[in-house]
Design a protein around this ligand. Structure first.
Ligand code: SAH
Length: 344
């Protein structure tokens, strides 16, 4: 049976027409589903019993639900979320003093092959549906209220998958999450993180969603980047930069470059110089992310000295740089560690 959440508002109106109901019923049901994140027809109290029974006969709702729950010593919560076909994704709640951030997945697994990322080892199984993305956000919002007495404040598409490879559903989910009748999240508090697919970056700029953009750079030297992110040989750094400049021109929104420093890979002066040269071409800031080991030997060596040098040199060059502390590492909830370990 069809999940009612795969229908657009117009399709819902058509459906109600065929069963002899008024079109405004469609809006009522739509609100229950998308604004209140309700998962049962029985609870749609402004519908007659008869109508509710009709819906139960004709549709199902397949909520994505927490199957595994782990709480880190630093307060980070990692959810193993089970989908209707039994596949799992991970969704993380990251609390700080002032915010609660949801780190959500866009795909089951990932088709890209970044050598340092645990999700890449899973391969891509399928794209998430709109409702599966919205459910992750809604469930973390509920957890935020339950555990931290405040609603969710930020969303990052930095869980499993490459959001640009599931573009249509990610955009539709963002529209649902930001609509005032629903969670009403400001798009400025949503960050889409991409490994860098120029055509899609431009499309996102054109779609005027007003979200923020992060680019996982890790090296501004083409050959190094291609080595650690092999898929990127199809997307030269100059093409990515051209797309980022287009993004800034269209949106006025500053780009965040995500960057890990690894000993023997990108810890030399020329790496720092290349990064400075690259990010100066567009209004941007650099987030130095602490690498979370995933058992890939060649990335396992952190160089604190090189990290400090990056910070010094970037600041000297007038580039805004932040060092992001890793969260949830003790439960494998940190960046690049999402790999359904609990399900194995
Ligand atoms: N595919 C998207 C979003 C998911 S990854 C993207 O690439 O941006 C979210 C961030 O975690 C990316 O910046 C990615 O490069 C980074 N990351 C991946 N593996 C990591 C690891 N083991 N340690 C730290 N960061 C990692």
């Amino acid at each position: 049976m069809k999940d009612i959440r795969t229908l657009s508002l117009d399709q819902l109106k058509d459906y109600f027409g065929t069963i002899g109901e008024k079109p405004f019923r469609a809006k009522q049901v739509y609100d229950w589903i998308w604004s209140k994140n309700l998962h049962s027809f029985e609870e749609m109290t402004n519908l007659s019993k008869n109508l509710r029974e009709h819906l139960i006969r004709d549709f199902v709702m397949n909520p994505a639900a927490v199957d595994q729950f782990q709480k880190s010593t630093d307060g980070t919560i990692k959810n193993g979320v089970k989908l209707h076909d039994g596949l799992m994704v991970e969704s993380v709640l990251i609390p700080t003093e002032t915010r609660t951030t949801a780190c959500v997945s866009s795909q089951v697994g990932c088709s890209l092959n970044c050598e340092f990322c645990a999700t890449a080892k899973l391969k891509r199984m399928r794209n998430l549906e709109v409702a599966e993305i919205v459910d992750q956000v809604a469930l973390i919002d509920r957890q935020s209220k339950e555990y931290y007495n405040r609603p969710l404040t930020n969303i990052v598409f930095m869980g499993m998958g490459e959001p640009m490879m599931n573009y249509k559903n990610v955009v539709e989910a963002i529209k649902k999450i930001t609509q005032p009748e629903g969670l009403g999240m400001s798009p400025r508090r949503i960050t889409v993180s991409t490994s860098g697919i120029p055509k899609m970056i431009k499309m996102l700029a054109d779609d005027e969603l007003r979200v923020k953009l992060a680019l996982s750079l890790h090296s501004a030297i083409e050959s190094t980047r291609n080595e650690i992110m092999p898929f990127s040989d199809k997307f030269p750094l100059t093409d990515i930069m051209e797309a980022l400049q287009y993004w800034y021109k269209k949106t006025g929104s500053v780009i965040t470059f995500e960057y890990c420093v690894w000993k023997g890979i990108n810890d030399k002066d020329e790496d720092i110089k290349a990064l400075i040269k690259y990010c100066r071409q567009v209004p941007s800031k650099v987030n130095l992310i602490q690498y979370n080991p995933i058992g890939e030997g060649k990335f396992d060596h952190r160089s604190v000295a090189a990290e400090e040098k990056y910070v010094r040199e970037l600041e000297k060059a007038g580039v805004t740089v932040m060092v992001r502390k890793s969260r949830g590492g003790d439960i494998d909830a940190a960046c690049g560690q999402l790999a359904n370990k609990t399900a194995e």
